[in-house]
Design a protein around this ligand. Structure first.
Ligand SMILES: *Cc1c(COP(=O)(O)O)cnc(C)c1O
Length: 388
């Protein structure tokens, strides 16, 4: 028998890491000591007080039944409290907060609530692939907004043609940004609100990295900007802030109509996040934040080693103020894939080709700071011995 897959699967771009995974496996099989700067998954453990909260809640039979669709009330209250303390943003925990099974889950489902076949979504490029693919799964089309160095990796909203802006239903943005490591300030978010109001566009801000910042820099929430609540929502995650990628816990905040739209989709697809995990989330948001400061310190040290090492060989990456990504321009004459391949074959270092995140990412590779400092140092020494 042959089963023809749905068009939405046939339309999928090739899996970003497929070729790299294959090469990496080949090198490891040969006994090469591979340094993996490829995936954005923290190597640090979840802080112990969060694990204890999970263990305790997992033992309580009350938590063994179906959770509430929109998330445990206590968790949503906790999120609203955290938004108040961290950003000065007031949220109604009932209508303006929704628990997600990781923010990827929410991002992937949101277009089902607001995109009809033929509708446009404005999607940055390079970007986290979910925005584009979720739009396509909903039958919509992406109009890509290039993120270029000359614009500090912010989309140029003025360059969007009038007819495109009119057709657009959703705008995705993500700051601090994966993969470029760029940050956005108040001016940009204010311009986004103005643009969204002018064209009746839903703003989806992916804010997964607001707590992963360095040198005292504190990224802001999109919802801090006046009238942002009228046009948009923010996707947040426990994954990066508390090293909880495997736990699958995130949340959506902001405009109640948009929140309830995604809630309606979700209530027909999943049955909520495990309550014990939400209790752990409460412990994370309300507990001692020393682990967050510690995490920032660790990534700062790693970042500084890598940036100094890359500069010493003539590469010129910007030093990121946030995220655990270094967006490194390739040596002249090498494409993203060529440089990625050189680093892997000649130095045993896994990186991600910038072009895999979208065409405007060509000419860059993304390096994730997800290995200990001595391994970053080792990577730097191996790169120093390369000739390019
Ligand atoms: C890691 C990451 C997330 C978080 O995903 P979760 O599903 O919450 O683990 C969201 N957006 C971007 C851009 C990311 O890099």
């Amino acid at each position: 028998m042959t089963f023809r897959k749905a068009e939405r699967l046939q339309k999928l771009p090739p899996y970003l890491f497929a070729e790299i995974d294959r090469l990496k496996a080949e090198l490891i099989a040969k006994g090469v000591d591979v340094i993996n700067l490829g995936v954005g998954d923290p190597d640090l453990p979840t802080p112990p007080h969060i694990i204890e909260a999970l263990a305790k809640a997992a033992g309580n039979p009350v938590n063994h039944q179906y959770p509430s669709y929109s998330g445990m009330n206590d968790f949503r209250v906790s999120v609203a409290g955290w938004y108040g303390r961290r950003f000065g943003v007031r949220l109604d925990p009932v209508s303006e907060v929704l628990t997600l099974i990781g923010s990827k889950e929410g991002l992937a489902h949101l277009p089902l609530a607001f995109i009809n076949p033929g509708d446009l979504a404005l999607v940055p490029s390079p970007a986290y692939p979910v925005y584009n693919i979720a739009t396509m799964f909903a039958g919509g089309e992406s109009y890509f907004l290039p993120l270029l160095k000359k614009n500090r990796f912010l989309p140029d909203l003025d360059a969007i043609p009038e007819d495109v802006a009119r057709r657009a239903k959703v705008l995705f943005i993500n700051y601090p940004n994966n993969p470029t490591g760029a940050v956005a300030g108040r001016d940009f978010f204010e311009r986004v609100v103005q643009f969204a109001k002018q064209y009746d566009i839903i703003v989806c801000h992916d804010a997964a990295y607001t707590e992963m910042s360095f040198d005292g820099y504190r990224p802001m929430s999109f919802l801090e900007v006046p009238e942002a609540m009228e046009v948009g929502v923010e996707f947040h995650s426990l994954s990066k802030t508390y090293n909880m990628t495997g736990w699958r816990l995130g949340f959506l905040t902001g405009n109640s109509e948009i929140v309830s739209g995604l809630g309606q989709i979700k209530s027909n697809i999943d049955s909520g996040a495990f309550n014990a995990v939400q209790w752990a989330g409460i412990a994370a948001l309300e507990g001692d934040q020393a682990s967050v400061a510690e995490m920032q310190k660790i990534y700062t040290e790693r970042r500084d080693i890598l940036i100094a090492g890359l500069k010493a060989v003539g590469l010129a990456p910007d030093c990121p103020q946030a995220t655990f990504y270094v967006w490194c321009p390739t040596p002249s004459g090498l494409s993203s894939k060529e440089f990625t391949s050189l680093l892997l074959r000649e130095a045993g270092i896994v990186t991600t080709p910038g072009s895999g995140f979208g065409d405007p990412g060509e000419g860059y590779v993304r390096m994730a700071l997800t290995v200990p400092a001595p391994r970053i140092q080792e990577a730097v020494e191996r790169i120093r011995k390369l000739s390019f």
